[in-house]
Design a protein around this ligand. Structure first.
Ligand SMILES: O=C(O)CCC(=O)C(=O)O
Ligand SMILES: [Fe+2]
Length: 369
């Protein structure tokens, strides 16, 4: 790779530095623990990205909706909850759910178990550091480290839980039990929310389940360690999720922001709550009814690590010929498809070309009149 010129950094061989950092297997956790005051060049983002990084203005009172799932099985309450979920998925694309049935002790245990993995001594973590996307378990700094133009201050443990059933022994022992339990609990919540979303489109309650929308699951345990220069990098770049639906559990350390009406909005923690967001696939199959919204994580300026556990739910059953697209039952002469059909290969290529820098799938598939 040619040496890169950066006005503030001078000339340097980016790929060489990326490789050296990656091969050290220390992760950003190791960099942070070493007490550095200046972050390596490879993490510095371009001035345009940096100029836009700030917590949302203090006086904003807008927050993503919080939806209480206590009475989802009561006919008297269900239609109201369906309306709330539908409205949140249409406007914000993000919402909190509370009283979702998972005990707070399980939420805490899940965060602690993932934190315990990332806070092991370097030698113990380094044993797992590798890049094998698509199956099994992988632990590394940034999935897209070699594809992106600027790295982010975050290490991630990824576990492809399903459809190919992940063997428990492949999961690092320190977090094995917690990860397996979380996959079960989060899937139950996702299935409940998918039923509400299915009804919100006027479809049968079980329709999304039949369409296998929660059968592919990638669990990611992120760690955003303290960053000495949070104004020069990010925790995760602005992106939309490629999933059908994402379930996100986080600790109390701030950083997550969601784009709403062109403004970045801080997502404040809700005690006992889980965050749900619509992914690109759901925006497409719902023919634009539900919105996959941009979000990002600021680099962590707290001494305590920010921990989040994300499960990306997606479908396993493609239509004959390997295609997918807006659901035919949602289309009519008044509501023609606004996205074209696409193949699984196109989906993969979109992600693996440039990682999170890629143009969103939704933009690529929009039918231009
Ligand atoms: O850590 C978070 O809060 C968000 C992570 C995220 O957006 C992702 O993994 O796609
Ligand atoms: Fe995301």
């Amino acid at each position: 790779m040619a040496a890169k010129i950066d006005a503030t950094l001078g000339s340097y061989d980016r790929m060489k530095e990326v490789k050296e950092f990656d091969e050290s297997k220390m992760g950003v956790k190791g960099l942070s623990d070493s007490g550095i005051m200046t972050i390596p060049h490879i993490f510095v983002h371009d001035p345009q990205t940096l100029s836009d990084l700030k917590p949302s203005s203090k006086n904003t009172t807008t927050a993503i909706p919080t939806i209480d799932l206590s009475h989802i099985n009561s006919p008297a309450h269900r239609h109201k909850i369906v309306d709330q979920v539908k409205s949140a998925a249409k406007t914000f694309g993000f919402f909190h759910v509370i009283n979702h049935g998972v005990p707070v002790s399980v939420l805490d245990e899940t965060v602690n178990t993932v934190k315990a993995f990332h806070e092991q001594p370097h030698e113990d973590r380094a044993k797992y550091y590798k890049r094998n996307e698509g199956k099994g378990v992988m632990y590394a700094t940034n999935t897209d480290l070699y594809r992106t133009s600027a790295a982010s201050w975050c290490d991630s443990l990824q576990a492809w839980m399903a459809p190919e059933r992940l063997k428990a022994e492949e999961i690092p022992e320190v977090c094995r039990e917690g990860v397996v339990a979380w996959d079960l609990h989060a899937t139950m919540v996702a299935d409940d929310v998918l039923e509400l979303l299915s009804e919100g489109l006027g479809l049968e309650r079980r329709r999304f389940k039949e369409l296998t929308f929660s059968e592919q699951r990638l669990l990611v345990g992120h760690c955003y360690p303290y960053c000495p220069q949070p104004d020069r990098t990010v925790g995760i770049k602005a992106h939309t999720d490629g999933s059908i639906l994402t379930v996100l559990l986080r600790n109390h350390v701030p950083g997550l922001q969601v784009k709403h009406e062109k403004e970045w909005l801080d997502v404040e923690p809700v005690p006992g709550g889980l965050i749900i967001n619509v992914g690109d696939m759901l925006q497409i199959i719902s023919n634009g009814e539900y919105k996959s919204v941009e979000h990002r994580v600021l680099a962590n300026s707290w001494k305590e690590a920010r921990i989040s556990i994300v499960i990306f739910f997606s479908l396993t059953k493609w239509r004959e010929g390997g295609y997918y697209g807006p659901l035919p039952e949602l289309l009519s002469p008044e509501k023609p498809p606004i996205y074209r059909d696409f193949t699984e290969q196109e989906l993969q290529e979109n992600f693996y070309s440039k990682g999170l820098d890629s143009k969103s799938l939704v933009d690529k598939l929009t039918i231009k009149n």
